[in-house]
Design a protein around this ligand. Structure first.
Ligand SMILES: Cc1ncc(COP(=O)(O)O)c(C=O)c1O
Length: 420
């Protein structure tokens, strides 16, 4: 049995929980602080029983976040085959799953590293043994920069992004103060103006500065085109992506010609994983959602299927229970906004047609029947394909991994809530 399938079937004792938590320094609760003594934190952490290995997923208490292992493994393998076949690599983004077990699976499948959005995510992954980490967001405050350098000191393979000269100088000073040389990529703007420096002269100048600063080591560039990922229709998406990456490619080529390191040219995501490699010099895709998929991605259409983006299979679902079925045309479940978020398009009932789902109410979801293939009764359970996987995962402490409907493992969402 692979290490990541080791079941956590037996409820943890308080002592073993604290042992496990202590190993990763995940719990901090000063004993004197009002309302959060160590004993209370520990009691809360162990108060919910863990699912038993081998039990049917339909017997799980709800709402519960499930991941189907066959679908998850299939998605990871399919992505790897595709990017390798296109001569590039994957550097999957852990902002989606926040789960060290899945990061480990992605690395074992061949990914060259794992991306994170926040220092907290990076720290959580590192605490669980993941070291090949690239942080795609810049750290701009002195405190955050100190945290990033503390991590870089413990984890020399940690790479961080910068997009201004002022920030690069601050990073260099902090790195020198920490006694390290920190690895940095220049974040280049594809035109969306969310993050990144303007390609061409400004980006080239910043790369030269990073290369010269004593505390930094230039590793290349990143250019994430978020505005292209959910463009409906493959041809339009492909055209827009390649147009918007062209200036970054030109910048990378100019960097290379002037002797600067362009070993990393990272970007892209689930919507463009099979497009980005056409950009000269591009090295790796920062795919996030492909592991789980969601209704936001299903609707964009793919290269072979213009209606449904079925390159990857939905592996992430929320198990919910019907609480009320006594009114015509509708049923109420226990999975509302706190279980599903209020992102759109809404979650969908897996495997069903002719019904829609809304989760606008905090504690309750609503199924509305139009022309249903079936109806649900009180106590019935159903699976929901999530609306947008990243924020849904951030609502759950653990991910129950199932195969053939049986629980095979329980994974902590270790970077859940690590938003700083
Ligand atoms: C910088 C960056 N890279 C990669 C991704 C992954 O995108 P996706 O989930 O669409 O694959 C995101 C998602 O927002 C991102 O912000």
């Amino acid at each position: 049995m692979a290490w990541y399938k080791i079941p956590m079937a037996v409820p943890l004792s308080r002592r073993s929980f604290l042992g496990a938590a202590g190993a990763s320094a995940a719990v901090f609760a000063p004993s004197g602080v009002k309302g959060a003594p160590v004993s209370e934190v520990a009691a809360r952490a162990v108060s919910r029983p863990l699912p038993e290995f081998g039990m049917s997923m339909w017997d799980l208490d709800t709402p519960c976040l499930l991941v189907d292992l066959d679908a998850l493994e299939g998605n990871i393998a399919r992505l790897e085959t595709a990017v390798r076949g296109n001569g590039i690599a994957a550097r999957p983004h852990a902002k989606t799953h926040k789960c060290p077990a899945i990061a480990r699976m992605q690395l074992e499948a061949g990914a060259v590293g794992i991306c994170v959005a926040k220092v907290g995510e990076a720290q959580a992954l590192f605490d669980h043994g993941i070291e090949e980490i690239l942080m795609t967001t810049s750290n701009v405050t002195p405190y955050k920069i100190r945290r990033a350098m503390g991590l870089a000191k413990a984890c020399p393979t940690f790479i961080q992004a910068t997009d201004t000269a002022e920030n690069a100088r601050a990073l260099s000073e902090a790195a020198s103060a920490a006694g390290i040389t920190a690895d940095v990529v220049v974040d280049v703007d594809p035109g969306g103006h969310r993050t990144g420096i303007t390609p061409g002269e400004p980006a080239l100048g910043l790369a030269q500065l990073v290369d010269q600063l004593p505390g930094l080591r230039l590793r290349g560039i990143l250019c994430y085109d978020g505005g292209s990922q959910h463009v409906k229709g493959f041809d339009v998406r492909e055209k827009q992506t390649l147009e918007r990456l062209a200036a970054a490619a030109d910048t990378a080529e100019r960097m290379r010609a002037s002797g600067l390191d362009t070993g990393i040219f990272s970007g892209g995501g689930t919507g463009t994983y099979n497009v980005d490699h056409q950009t000269p010099g591009f090295t790796d895709v920062q795919v996030g959602s492909y592991v789980f998929m969601d209704t936001q991605y299903i609707d964009i259409g793919g290269k072979t299927n213009p209606d449904i983006y079925d390159d990857f299979e939905p592996s992430l679902t929320i198990l919910a229970t019907v609480l009320n079925a006594q009114y015509a045309g509708r049923a109420t479940t226990d999975a509302g906004a706190k279980a599903c978020t209020i992102n759109r398009p809404w979650a969908r009932v897996k495997g069903e047609t002719g019904m829609s789902y809304t989760s606008g109410s905090d504690e309750f979801g609503t199924i509305t029947y139009d022309d249903p293939s079936r109806t649900y009764g009180v106590g019935d359970k159903l699976e929901l394909i999530v609306s947008h996987c990243d924020p849904v995962v951030n609502l759950y402490d653990r991910l129950v991994a199932v195969r053939g409907g049986l629980v095979e493992a329980v994974w902590p969402v270790a970077a859940r809530g690590m938003s700083t």
